[in-house]
Design a protein around this ligand. Structure first.
Ligand SMILES: C[S@@+](CC[C@H](N)C(=O)[O-])C[C@H]1O[C@@H](n2cnc3c(N)ncnc32)[C@H](O)[C@@H]1O
Length: 201
């Protein structure tokens, strides 16, 4: 399957994301022999290389799993990243599945990190409440849940929903140089980032 052309801003967006995620995670992510990350509602998973790099800085090996309801994006992610990550210490697998049915998937295991880039709580609160709840349930007991958001209000709502589910916010970053989306007024790329724990460690 051919890749959808990447826009001219993608590399810059990913560089900024990498730097902000490193700052966000560094105080909370302990080094481990092996780390696993679940990228929920990942679309085509453009940030997979960034995530693999950050995991490689904290572990000897890593496994990334991506999940989305859109089969074409998942197909594209598998064909791109399985090849690209073969050179790194990471393995990767993308599956087409509903994030609000995460508990049906035994193969997800108990990831160290659940990652939701540009979470979409604003758009469908009941479904995203389920996605958040099931991600927290799946996480390993010392695990971290990380979200990014396009705009202030959706970030505040998602944060409140996660806290209502018992998650504890332990860090956040507002991206002052977040790139505004020309076709979506008021939204900008990775405007907010936040990290949550399942429990106080
Ligand atoms: C705002 S996009 C973010 C995509 C990607 N994480 C990014 O940052 O480019 C929201 C994504 O949520 C996915 N999605 C919506 N409902 C879902 C569900 N119930 N389970 C899994 N994915 C879902 C959509 O297919 C879409 O890819």
């Amino acid at each position: 399957m051919a890749h959808t052309p990447f826009n001219e801003f993608l590399q810059g967006d990913l560089k900024t994301l990498e730097s902000n995620l490193r700052d966000l995670l560094d105080p909370h992510l302990s080094e481990k022999e092996h780390l696993s990350l679940l990228n929920l509602a990942c679309g085509r998973g453009d940030e997979t290389g960034v995530l693999a790099k950050l995991l490689a800085e904290k572990s000897k090996s890593a496994h990334l799993q991506g999940l989305d309801i859109r089969a074409p994006e998942i197909g594209e992610a598998n064909s791109r990243w399985k090849k690209e990550l073969a050179e790194m210490k990471a393995s990767v697998d993308f599956i087409t599945h509903r994030g609000d049915r995460l508990l049906d998937l035994a193969e997800i295991g108990t990831p160290d990190i659940a990652f939701l880039r540009h979470q979409n709580y604003w758009n469908d609160k009941p479904v995203w409440t389920q996605i958040f709840d099931q991600a927290l349930e799946r996480l390993n007991e010392d695990g971290l849940l990380v979200i990014t958001s396009y705009f202030d209000q959706e970030h505040e709502l998602a944060t409140a929903a996660l806290e209502k589910l018992g998650a504890i916010q332990v860090g956040s970053i507002i991206n002052p140089n977040s790139r505004a989306l020309a076709d979506a007024p008021g939204k900008s790329v990775d405007k907010h980032l936040a990290v949550f724990r399942k429990k106080i460690s």
